[in-house]
Design a protein around this ligand. Structure first.
Ligand code: ZN
Length: 219
């Protein structure tokens, strides 16, 4: 008779990490002036005078992912499967992100696969989900895992597979200057992790011939 004792738990909100206070627009513009000066140019010369303002406006767009909550978003937009029980694959979702080590662009594509249980979402919703995570300071491995976890937790599918392929401009334009290098990361959950056949079905669908290399990158 004790089975309902804990049924009335308080709905504890998961504690969000404390956010440091956000800088003002003026502070952000001043910081850009400082960087221009540090680069060796004169922030007061005509061509550069409006640059801090433009850069800050660009930042609002590039980093717009911080104001969105992907979980809430996905929760509002799923639909019933209507009996569909095959793997859903979305390939080549382009993304633009910035590496958190150099704040240099990461440009690439994300491929999403999932085997729905009761819920599916539209293509545009998944593309938007990728954007929300991409439009933050990122490392590719983390972004790949975040997308997988979000889909897994909200849609509760039988499995999720995410593969991201991208070039990192901190690698191609500076440092070791290796052009043409693509980084591939993956996260496989549920049936995609447990069943080689399902995983292979996904990897073939996205056209990854070197499937074996990423197959176990589910970490
Ligand atoms: Zn970097």
């Amino acid at each position: 008779m004790d089975s309902i004792v804990n049924s009335k738990r308080s709905r504890a909100k998961s504690a969000a990490p404390a956010q440091p206070e956000r800088s003002t627009r003026e502070q952000a513009e001043a910081a850009v002036r400082t960087l221009i000066s540090w680069a060796g140019d004169d922030p007061d010369r005509e061509g550069l005078r409006a640059t801090p303002e433009r850069v800050v406006r660009a930042y609002e767009e590039w980093f717009s992912g911080y104001k969105d909550h992907p979980r809430d978003y996905l929760k509002r937009t799923f639909e019933e499967t209507g009996g569909y029980d095959e793997v859903v694959v979305l390939r080549d979702i382009r993304f633009e992100s910035f590496c958190e080590h150099h704040m240099a662009p990461i440009i690439g594509r994300v491929h999403i696969g999932y085997l729905p249980r009761n819920r599916v979402v539209g293509i545009s919703k998944l593309a938007r989900l990728v954007d929300v995570y991409a439009r933050r300071l990122q490392i590719q491995e983390k972004m790949t895992a975040e997308i997988a976890t979000c889909i897994d937790e909200v849609l509760k599918p039988h499995g999720v597979a995410i593969v991201a392929e991208a070039t990192h401009q901190c690698m191609t334009t500076r440092g070791i200057h290796k052009t043409g290098v693509t980084m591939v990361t993956s996260r496989m959950l549920g049936v995609f992790r447990d069943h080689a056949e399902t995983r292979q079905e996904f990897l073939s669908a996205i056209g990854l011939r070197g499937a074996a290399q990423v197959a176990n990158g589910g970490g």
